[in-house]
Design a binder for this molecule. Structure first.
Ligand SMILES: NC(=O)C1=CN([C@@H]2O[C@H](COP(=O)(O)OP(=O)(O)OC[C@H]3O[C@@H](n4cnc5c(N)ncnc54)[C@H](O)[C@@H]3O)[C@@H](O)[C@H]2O)C=CC1
Length: 297
């Protein structure tokens, strides 16, 4: 399959290139300057994607700076909402299926169980609101789309929690990490595998139930402090940096954007309809830690 993916250098983009190429697909990142989602130019987005001659498109580019978005709402909306709509319009014009990535931050996080796709949304910050508007723009523009909400993404690439923890542990014995926010850590490499499987299904069938919103995260839930402890356990086993984790509360660690306390996502629909279930987060975390300790990525 020949796949165009929006963005370049991002965690999911690089993971899709790696996993897609390994599976025999051609994966073409299409990013700035040719495709700039902030530019408000739908025809330029179409031209850039058309040039890749894709059989399918993955919309993975986004404004992902959750805290900075609070002071740059216009830019966050331009990229995550308007820009996402432009990608969907291009997919519609080219007549190819679209997978669009979204986030657990579309939810308020005040529930007690894992969120299902049909649950009420209620973003608590600019980033979540812009991503929710993006979902709506995609789904109202192109009905051959699957919106995949994922969460707590880490990988050997880019900036993420796993890399931050390992870096901090090189100079600190103890780290305070928030223990009252719950979610599903998700390896971008596993997201890539899941996206490829969903695209395969979209290309293979016109069934409407394969389209729409799905939750796709690593299997199992945890909090940031336990996630950090798992990272250090995997690192220590391999002789890498480690630190004691001191559980703290969200109130101890104020950030510009309010985070959902419980943004666990229920992946049952994706498994039932697409036959996709991502691996358990613990093993996936250990694999990324091992790779970070042995490689220079
Ligand atoms: N990182 C996370 O923890 C989570 C990410 N997601 C979603 O998953 C998707 C992928 O996220 P990551 O790979 O982690 O993000 P990332 O921050 O690693 O990469 C973002 C990508 O977007 C591109 N980009 C940013 N602004 C752009 C613009 N104006 N025009 C064109 N390209 C632009 C960058 O070049 C980069 O390729 C995004 O849709 C994000 O909202 C969802 C839940 C959690």
């Amino acid at each position: 399959m020949r796949i165009a993916v929006t963005g370049n250098g991002g965690q999911v983009v690089r993971s899709l290139v790696e996993r897609g190429m390994a599976a025999g697909h051609v994966v073409l990142p299409v990013g700035r300057p040719q495709l700039d989602l902030a530019a408000g130019d739908p025809d330029a987005v179409l031209r850039a994607l058309d040039r890749a001659e894709p059989e399918a498109i993955v919309s993975a580019a986004a404004y992902t700076a959750v805290d900075k978005a609070e002071s740059e709402p216009d830019l966050a909306h331009a990229v995550n909402a308007t820009g996402a709509g432009h990608v969907a319009r291009a997919a519609a014009r080219l007549g190819v299926p679209l997978v669009h990535l979204s986030t657990d931050y579309v939810f308020a996080g005040d529930g007690t169980r894992a969120y299902r796709e049909e649950d009420d949304t209620g973003p608590t910050g600019v980033y979540g609101a812009s991503k929710l508007a993006g979902e709506q723009a995609v789904l109202s523009t192109w009905n051959n789309s699957a919106v995949l909400r994922t969460a707590w993404v880490y990988s050997p690439f880019g900036a993420n929690f796993v890399k931050t923890m390992l870096r901090l542990a090189e100079s600190r014995d103890e780290l305070g990490v928030v223990a009252d926010q719950w979610g599903n850590p998700t390896s971008a490499l596993d997201i890539a595998d899941g996206v490829l499987a969903v695209l395969d299904n979209l290309l293979g069938s016109t069934a409407p139930e394969l389209r729409g919103v799905f939750h796709m995260t690593g299997t199992g839930a945890t909090n940031w402090a336990s996630f950090a402890a798992a990272i250090f356990a995997a690192s220590a086993e391999r002789g890498g940096p480690t630190a004691r984790v001191k559980p703290i509360t969200t109130a101890d660690y104020p950030t510009p954007a309010r985070r959902p306390a419980n943004s666990r996502l229920d992946g049952g629909k994706l498994e039932q309809i697409h036959g996709v279930r991502l691996p358990e987060w613990q093993g996936a975390t250990a694999a990324v830690v091992a790779r970070l300790l042995t490689a220079d990525s």
